[in-house]
Design a binder for this molecule. Structure first.
Ligand SMILES: *[C@@H]1O[C@H](CO)[C@@H](O)[C@H](O)[C@H]1NC(C)=O
Ligand SMILES: *[C@@H]1O[C@H](CO)[C@@H](O)[C@H](O)[C@H]1NC(C)=O
Ligand SMILES: *[C@@H]1O[C@H](CO)[C@@H](O)[C@H](O)[C@H]1NC(C)=O
Ligand SMILES: *[C@@H]1O[C@H](CO)[C@@H](O)[C@H](O)[C@H]1NC(C)=O
Ligand SMILES: *[C@H]1O[C@@H](CO)[C@H](O)[C@@H](O)[C@@H]1NC(C)=O
Length: 826
C-alpha cells in the first residue's frame, strides 16, 4: 500500500505510512483515501494505486472515464486510466503549495462516469529540509551608545526558513565576542526572535565597531544555516575629559618681550569624537584679573600670548591656571597650571642715592675721611643688577666699598688743599654689568673748608726800601704787604716789627708799623751821613687759631740829600777859617803848582762832587784853578810888575740839585827865589806829571761815561723792550781825597735799576755774589788799597752781570778806567 518506495525506510515515514493506512481504513467508511508524498519528488513518482484502494475495477476505469477534476490550475497529479495509479505530474514544492500550513493536504476529486461516482483522495505533501534559514539582509548595522548599560537588549531580525516544523529554524548562534550574548525568544509558529544582550559595557574609545555574525540553524539532518553580519557602531558619549599632551607646561620669557609673543602652546586632546573632542582653552576660574591683563589664551589654538607688560621686577614668575573643556553636551574640563618664568633683561638703570653727606670737608682731613655714603640700587637681578661705581673725574676722592653690598663711602684719596682746589664737583657713575649696560650719573659737590695751614707770605723778601734822608718824622715812609692764601680769619694779617732787644732795637724803636696796613712810618728823620743803611724784621701774623706767622727782613737804604756844604780842609787857618798863605818864588815858570785847595763834602755822589772855581782874583792872568782838582797853578811867569801878594777867593761848590758851596781864601805871596826854594819846588816836581795825567783821564772818563750811558740805555731798551722809560738819572760823584773819581750812574726804569760803576773798576774787578749777595769788590787802580764798597745791589743776577761785562769788553769799551754797566733787577 505504501507507495513512497525509497523513503519508507525511515521510522518517521513508516509511522506516517501507518497513519495513512489507518486513515484509509477510517475513510473506507466515508470513501476517502489519503496518500502522502514528499515534496520535490520527480515527475512520475507513484503516489498510490487509487483503483485498488477504492476497490474499483481497473479495466473499467478507462471506460468509465476516470479522471481527476481540477480547477483552472495545472494539476499536480495524474491518474493512469489503465492501472489506476496516481503519479506526480509535476514537481511539487510544498512551501509553494501550502506555505506554512501543516500538514499540507491536497484534496483531489476523482470522478467516474456511468454511474457517476465521486471519490475524494487527499494527498499530503511531506516536507523535506530543502530550505536554509535566510536573513532578509546580508548585513545589519546597529548603533549602540557606549553609555548603554549591560543587560540592554537589541532585537535582531529573525531569519526565515520556509520549511516547517523540525526543519525550520531551531537555533541561533552568535560569533564569539566579549560584549554581547544572544537571547532567543520563541514566538511560536516556528518564529524565533534573536536579541543581542549587552553583557559588558562598550567603549567607543577602545573599539568603535564590533563585527558580529549571527547564524541561524534549522533542524534538518544535516542542518542548514544562514548568517547575517552584524556591525555594531558604538556611539560616542562624552565620557573622556580632555587630556593635556604634556604633563608639565613651563616656559621662560624675557621681560622685554613684545606684545603678541606666543609664550607657550597648550595642546589637549580628547579621545571622544567630534564635538565631544573639540577643545576650548580658557583661564581657570581663579585666575585673577591682573593676570588676564598680561596674558591671553586663544580658546581654539591654546596659544598663550603676551598682551601686557611683563616686568621681572614685579613678578619673577607666573603660575597660570588654565583649563581645557570639550564641547560635549555636558562639557568635561581638565585643569592645568602653566609655569612661566620671567628672565630678567637689563631694563633698569641703576639708581644712586646719597644717604649721608657732609658738603664741606676740612682741608686737613686725613686721607680716608668719609665725605658721603652712596647707595646704589638696580632693580634688575643677576649681572643686570650688579652695579659698579666709579668716579669719572680725577679727583682726590675714591669710592670704597662697604660691607653692605652696593654701599660705597666716598672717601678722600689724598690730602686736600683748599688753596689748590677749594671746590670739587665730580660725577659718580653707577654702571650695571648687563649687556647692554645702563649707567646713571650723579654729580656731587664737595667744598673744602679752610684750615689755617698757610703762613702769610710777604710779597717780596727781603724788602728793600730807599728813603731820602731828612724825611719828615712821623710820615709813612714805606709799607710792607703780606698775603695769606687761606681764607677769612685765617687770612687776616697783622704786622709788627720784631724788636729783639739787641743793637737793632735802637733803630727799630724809631719805626712804627700800622698793624693792619703794614705802613711803616719813621718817627725820626734819618741822616745819611750818620746812618746809611739798616735792617729790621717785620712779622706778619694771621688771625687763625693757632696763628701762623712769617717774617721778612727789611733793608732800608737812606739816600743822600745835598744837606752838607763842602768843608775846606786846606787851607785852614789857625783860628779855623779857610784861609791860607802860600809863598812862591817869583821866578817860577808858568804852570807852577801854587797849592791845592782840598775840600770835603759829607754827601756823596753829585752832592759830594766838588767843583772849584775862582770867585775873586786880583790878577786874572796870573793864576789858574783846576776846576776838578782844586790845583792852583801859575799861568805865566811873574814879571817885575806883578804885585807881591795876591788874594784868591776860591768857591767850592758841590753838584747837588741845589748846590751848596764854601769859599776858601788863598793869599799868594811872591818871594825872592832863595827864600822860597827850599820847600816849595820839591813837592811839586813829582806830582806835576801825575796831575796832568789825572786831568786828562778825568775828562775822558766823563765823556765816556756820558757816551756809555747813552749806549747802555739804547741797548737796554732794545733788550728789555721796556715800555716804561720814565727814568731819572742821577749822577753820583764820589770824590776821594786824591781827586780820583768814581762815577756811579743809577738809572731807574720801572722797577729796574741799572748802575754804571766806574771808573776805578778795572778788568780784574769781580762781583762777588755771596751770602750778602750785593757786594762789589772794586780794587784800587794801583792795587794798593783794595776798597770794598757796598753798592746797594739787590738780588744780583750773575748771568746778566757777566753778559754785560762781555758786551762791554767785546766792544772795546773796556779799559782800566772804564765803567761796568751792570744790570740789576730789583
Ligand atoms: C630685549 O633685550 C635684549 C637684550 O637684553 C635685546 O637683544 C632684545 O632685542 C630685546 N627685545 C626687545 C623686544 O626689545
Ligand atoms: C596636539 O597634540 C596632538 C597629538 O600629540 C598632535 O597631533 C597635534 O598636532 C598637536 N597640536 C598642536 C597644535 O600642536
Ligand atoms: C724768621 O723766619 C725764619 C724762617 O723764615 C725763621 O727761621 C726765623 O726764626 C724767624 N725769625 C723770627 C724772629 O721769628
Ligand atoms: C732839583 O731842584 C728843583 C728845585 O729846587 C726841584 O724841583 C727838582 O725836583 C730837583 N731835582 C732833583 C732830582 O732833586
Ligand atoms: C780869624 O778870625 C776871623 C774872624 O772869625 C778874622 O776875620 C780873621 O782875620 C782871623 N784871622 C787871623 C789870621 O787871625
Amino acid at each position: 500500500m505504501e507507495q513512497r518506495g525509497r523513503k519508507s525506510r525511515t521510522p518517521r515515514q513508516f509511522w506516517f505510512a501507518l497513519m495513512v493506512v489507518l486513515d484509509i481504513l477510517w475513510r473506507g467508511a466515508t470513501a476517502q483515501i489519503r496518500y502522502s508524498i514528499s515534496e520535490e519528488v520527480q515527475d512520475g513518482t507513484v503516489v498510490g494505486n487509487i483503483a485498488k484502494d477504492l476497490g474499483l475495477d481497473k479495466s473499467a476505469l478507462k471506460d468509465r472515464g476516470y479522471r481527476i477534476v481540477t480547477g483552472s490550475t495545472e494539476p499536480l497529479f495524474q491518474v493512469n486510466q489503465n492501472d489506476g495509479i496516481l503519479y506526480v505530474k509535476k514537481r511539487i514544492d510544498r512551501e509553494e503549495v501550502c506555505d506554512r500550513t501543516s500538514p499540507c493536504l491536497i484534496n483531489l476529486k476523482t470522478v467516474l462516469e456511468n454511474p457517476l461516482e465521486i471519490h475524494y483522495v487527499a494527498v499530503e505533501i511531506l516536507d523535506i529540509n530543502d530550505h536554509s534559514p535566510v536573513f532578509t539582509e546580508k548585513e545589519k548595522r546597529l548603533e549602540i551608545s557606549e553609555s548603554a548599560l549591560p543587560g540592554a537588549r537589541f532585537q535582531l531580525q529573525a531569519a526565515r526558513d520556509p520549511d516547517v516544523g523540525q526543519l525550520s529554524i531551531q537555533q541561533y548562534r552568535l560569533s564569539l565576542n566579549e560584549h554581547f550574548r544572544l537571547e532567543v525568544k520563541d514566538r511560536g509558529e516556528d518564529l524565533k526572535v534573536p536579541f543581542l544582550v549587552l553583557q559588558k559595557q562598550l567603549d567607543r574609545e577602545t573599539a568603535g565597531k564590533h563585527k558580529l555574525r549571527l547564524t541561524a540553524v534549522d533542524g534538518g539532518k544535516p542542518a542548514k544555516s544562514g548568517a547575517i553580519e552584524i556591525t555594531v557602531d558604538v556611539l560616542d558619549v562624552n565620557d573622556n575629559s580632555p587630556v593635556f599632551t604634556k604633563e608639565l607646561y613651563s616656559a621662560t620669557l624675557k621681560e622685554n618681550v613684545s606684545v603678541d609673543t606666543v609664550v607657550i602652546q597648550l595642546n589637549a586632546t580628547d579621545l571622544d569624537q567630534s564635538a565631544n573632542s573639540e577643545i576650548i582653552y580658557s583661564f581657570g576660574n581663579e585666575v585673577d584679573a591682573k593676570l588676564k591683563d598680561i596674558f591671553k589664551i586663544d580658546a581654539n589654538t591654546g596659544e598663550i600670548k603676551v598682551i601686557g607688560k611683563i616686568d621681572f621686577e614685579k613678578s619673577k614668575s607666573y603660575e597660570i591656571d588654565i583649563q581645557a573643556s570639550d564641547k560635549g553636551p555636558v562639557p568635561l574640563t581638565t585643569d592645568k597650571s602653566v609655569m612661566i618664568t620671567v628672565i630678567d633683561v637689563n631694563d633698569n638703570a641703576p639708581e644712586i642715592e646719597v644717604t649721608s653727606f657732609s658738603s664741606t670737608i676740612k682741608e686737613d682731613s686725613k686721607k680716608g675721611t668719609t665725605v658721603a655714603l652712596i647707595s646704589v640700587r638696580d632693580l634688575d637681578s643677576g649681572i643686570n643688577g650688579k652695579v659698579i661705581c666709579t668716579i669719572k673725574e680725577d679727583v682726590p676722592f675714591t669710592l670704597s666699598p662697604s660691607l653692605q653690598e652696593n654701599m660705597y663711602a666716598v672717601v678722600t684719596r689724598s690730602q686736600l688743599d683748599r688753596e689748590m682746589v677749594a671746590h670739587f664737583e665730580f660725577t659718580i657713575i653707577a654702571k650695571d654689568t648687563g649687556d647692554p649696560s645702563y649707567s646713571t650719573e650723579k654729580t656731587m659737590n664737595v667744598v673744602v673748608s679752610d684750615v689755617n695751614d698757610n703762613n702769610p707770605e710777604f710779597l717780596t723778601s727781603p724788602y728793600v726800601f730807599y728813603i731820602t734822608e731828612n724825611n719828615s718824622p712821623g710820615a709813612s715812609v714805606f709799607s710792607v704787604r703780606a698775603s695769606d692764601r687761606d681764607e677769612s680769619d685765617n687770612a687776616v694779617i697783622s704786622y709788627h716789627i720784631l724788636r729783639d732787644g739787641r743793637e737793632a732795637n735802637t733803630l727799630t724803636s724809631f719805626l712804627n708799623i700800622n698793624s693792619e696796613t703794614g705802613d711803616i712810618s719813621a718817627l725820626k728823620s734819618f741822616d745819611f751821613e750818620t746812618l746809611k743803611t739798616f735792617q729790621f724784621q717785620v712779622v706778619a701774623t694771621d688771625s687763625g687759631t693757632p696763628s701762623l706767622s712769617s717774617n721778612v727782613t727789611v733793608h732800608v737804604f737812606i739816600l743822600d740829600q745835598n744837606d752838607n756844604a763842602p768843608v775846606i780842609l786846606y787851607p785852614v787857618s789857625s783860628n779855623g777859617s779857610a784861609e791860607g798863605v802860600e809863598e812862591i818864588p817869583r821866578n817860577v815858570n808858568a804852570g807852577h803848582l801854587v797849592t791845592k785847595v782840598r775840600a770835603y763834602d759829607a754827601d756823596i755822589g753829585y752832592n759830594g762832587w766838588l767843583l772849584f772855581s775862582l770867585q775873586e782874583v786880583t790878577a786874572h792872568s796870573l793864576f789858574g784853578l783846576d776846576r776838578y782838582t782844586g790845583q792852583i797853578r801859575t799861568l805865566r811867569s811873574f814879571t817885575e810888575t806883578d804885585e807881591a801878594e795876591h788874594k784868591l777867593l776860591i768857591l767850592v761848590k758841590d753838584n747837588g740839585n741845589v748846590s751848596l758851596s764854601a769859599t776858601a781864601t788863598v793869599v799868594v805871596k811872591l818871594v825872592e827865589p832863595r827864600e822860597a826854594f827850599a820847600a816849595a819846588d820839591v813837592k811839586s816836581a813829582t806830582k806835576d806829571d801825575e796831575d796832568n795825567n789825572v786831568t786828562f783821564y778825568l775828562m775822558i772818563t766823563l765823556g765816556s761815561v756820558s757816551t756809555l750811558f747813552l749806549i747802555s740805555i739804547i741797548v737796554l731798551i732794545a733788550m728789555q723792550c721796556s715800555k716804561s722809560t720814565d727814568y731819572t738819572s742821577k749822577y753820583l760823584q764820589e770824590t776821594n781825597y786824591d781827586g780820583t773819581l768814581c762815577h756811579s750812574i743809577q738809572y731807574r726804569s720801572g722797577d729796574k735799576r741799572y748802575m754804571l760803576v766806574g771808573p776805578r773798576m778795572s778788568i780784574g774787578s769781580t762781583i762777588v755774589p755771596g751770602s750778602h749777595a750785593n757786594t762789589l769788590v772794586l780794587p784800587d787802580r794801583r792795587g794798593t788799597s783794595t776798597e770794598v764798597r757796598q753798592m746797594h745791589i739787590q738780588n744780583p743776577l750773575p748771568f746778566l752781570l757777566s753778559w754785560q761785562y762781555e758786551y762791554l769788553h767785546s766792544n772795546r769799551l773796556m779799559s782800566n778806567n772804564w765803567c761796568i754797566l751792570s744790570y740789576i733787577k730789583m
